[in-house]
Design a protein around this ligand. Sequence first.
Ligand SMILES: [Zn+2]
Length: 200
Amino acid sequence: MMKFCAECGGALEEREVQGDGRRRHVCTVCAHVHYRNPLVVVGCLVERDDSILLCRRAIEPAHGRWTTPAGFLELGETMPAGARRETFEEASADVDIMAPHSYLELLHIGQVYAIFRARMRAPDFAPGPESLECRFFRAHDIPWSELAFPAVHFALQLLLDDRRGGCRHVHHAQVRWSGVGSRFDASNYELVGHLRSPLA
Ligand SMILES: [Zn+2]
C-alpha cells in the first residue's frame, strides 16, 4: 500500500474524491490523486503436438510450482509481444502467437490475465533464470495439484475442453475466489460469467 506521494513525497490519506464515489489515496500536501488500477498479466499456452509447455517457478510467489509462461505487461508493449517476451524469459522458447485464448479477471487481486495460444518457432527451450525446469506435458500428465496460479488452472482446463470438443474458442470469465482458504488453491475458485466465441 502506498504511503507517500510519488509527485512530492508528502503523506497520503485515503478519502473519497468529489464526484468519484470511490476512496482514493490523495496527497495531503499537493492534493495529487493516486489512482490504483488493475494490472495486466500476459502469458502463453505453448502447444507442441498434443503437449503444453509448463515452467516450474524458481521465484516466489509459488516457488517450485508449475505455470504457463506469464508475467506483467510492460508499458509500451502490446499484449502478444509481452506474452512472447515472458515465454522467452522463462523458457528460452521462441514462439509465434497463434490466437487469443482467454481473458480472465481476478478482482480480489486486481489482475487481468490475457492468455494467448502459441507455437514453437524452433524446437529449443531451456529454463530461464526464473524457472527451475521447463517441460512439455501431455494432457493426462499435467500436474494439477502443483500448479502455481488458479488462473493458469482454468486456462489449461478451457484449452483441454476445447481440444476434446474439437473447436477452439476465445474465452472470457471472472476467476472468483470463494473468500476463504488458500488463494493458490484452484478449488477455492469458480469461473463466473464465462463467455466464449468460436474461432473461425
Ligand atoms: Zn504530493
